[in-house]
Design a protein around this ligand. Structure first.
Ligand code: DGL
Length: 276
């Protein structure tokens, strides 16, 4: 297969990456995608850095078997723990990774910012450097959300538990009237409305997905790897989970989120689900 026509690989610890995939698929309307969710090993956010690096490397190996032309780490935790290692290990592969969109919130003039992410993402030097850089004249608060990604991974059946956990977590914040909330974990956009229920100041939410997609588009464009047409778009979902409920959830979340924003793209002609 011509490399230009190869799919883009997208990876997350589980269902979270589907929220990123939605934006990638709408902003890159001629591309095929292979999504791998490591739901069998989720959540990552409370694991050790070395373990996340090992799992992320396994995910790249798996996606390379699908002849991907570029790789999106749709997981803030995996990006902060493993991206430099991957870039060193796979110098010929275009790799981008999602990170908490703190800079975007700052660039938009936010003064009181809440960053919600996994404990590992917030503890990593990459995020700590950003925090140091942007604190000062503005108030930036971090909220490690232990357990939240794991509950979202279970889908709608754990929504009451998600609500309880959010109420507990958000009651520990300072009570500042936040004007921006950075969703620094790709699982969280699926419960954005629930989060908003506990933050009365009606903040603007930031995910960083558009910036990530623009960055990928730029890199693939420079490498002459962007498709300009594709009459029969494909997307493939792979999961490390043996529970069929997981892949149903991938499809459900992608289809519903994708259908709600078709203004950027066209529907896929093919959806396939398989366990790996
Ligand atoms: N969705 C991932 C992130 O963006 C990881 C969540 C987890 O597995 O703990 O950080």
């Amino acid at each position: 297969m011509n490399k230009v026509d190869s799919p883009i690989g997208v990876f997350d610890s589980g269902v979270g990456g589907i929220s990123t995939l939605k934006v990638l698929a709408t902003m890159l309307p001629h591309e095929d995608f292979v999504f791998f969710g490591d739901s069998g090993n989720a959540p990552y956010g409370e694991k050790r850095r070395e373990e996340v690096q090992r799992l992320t490397d396994n995910a790249v190996q798996k996606l390379l078997k699908h002849h991907i032309k570029g790789m999106v780490i749709a997981c803030n935790t995996a990006t902060s723990a493993a991206k430099p290692m991957l870039i060193e290990r796979y110098p010929d592969l275009t790799i981008v990774g999602i990170e908490p969109a703190l800079k975007e919130a700052v660039d938009n003039g936010a003064r009181n910012i809440l960053v919600m992410a996994t404990p590992l993402t917030l503890a990593m030097p990459k995020f700590q450097k950003q925090l140091h850089l942007f604190s000062g004249e503005r108030h930036i608060e971090t909220l490690p959300c232990s357990g939240l990604a794991g509950l979202i991974e279970c889908g709608a059946q754990r929504l009451d538990d998600v609500r309880d956990l959010l109420r507990r977590l958000l009651s520990t914040t300072s009570g500042t009237r936040f004007d921006a909330v950075v969703l620094g974990c790709t699982h969280y956009p699926f419960v954005k409305k629930l989060i908003a229920d506990y933050i009365p100041s009606q903040p603007r939410f930031y995910t960083g997905y558009e910036g990530l997609t623009r960055h990928l588009t730029h890199l693939l464009g420079d490498a002459k790897l962007l498709r300009t047409s594709n009459p029969d778009r494909h997307i493939e979902f792979l999961s490390s989970s043996v529970n069929p409920h997981e892949t149903d959830l991938y499809r459900e979340l992608f289809t519903s989120s994708f259908e709600s924003s078709t203004q950027f793209g066209r529907p896929y002609t093919y959806l396939s689900i398989s366990h790996e």
